[in-house]
Design a protein around this ligand. Sequence first.
Ligand code: CA
Ligand code: CA
Length: 185
Amino acid sequence: MLSPLQIKKQTHFFNILDFDRSGTIEEDDFEAIGDNLSIVRDFDMDTVEYETVMRLTKGIWGNLVPFVKGTQGTQEQWLQFMTVLLADENEDKYDKYVRQFVSTLFKLFDINEDGYISQTEYIDLFIGLRIEVRFAPKAFRNLDTNNDGKLSHDEIIQSVDEFMKDSDPKAPGNWLFGDWEGTVV
Ligand SMILES: [Ca+2]
Ligand SMILES: [Ca+2]
């Protein structure tokens, strides 16, 4: 069972993935996210970089497909996907999912490949996913738990973990994708 706070955060994330705001997520949303990220990155179509971005964004969709009836995923199916993923017996699957997800984030956003997500790189994530940019600095401060001005691999893993699992409204990782508090469930 997801707690009300987990449902709120996952609804916020679902709304981000529902790129065309149609109320359901489908492959087109992940293509649109890939296109948008490529533009932010200045990758032209038909380049290796563009194909890589597309493969990564479509991979997120690929993980969801077994949970989707037909070609569209509803919010209810998304929450079901998360409920299964977070169940005790799926701990190994969950760890693998988080590692993969974080590795995708780094491939997409650690553009200078220094092993950290800088504030600029993090802002690109917000722009690419059309998350309100004004919340990026606050989110970044929350995620940067050692206050060194950059997000390490461990800080991102910790944040994803809190975003997915934590039911404390004060958990810094809740801010991973910006203003989750304003989400209407
Ligand atoms: Ca970097
Ligand atoms: Ca840091």
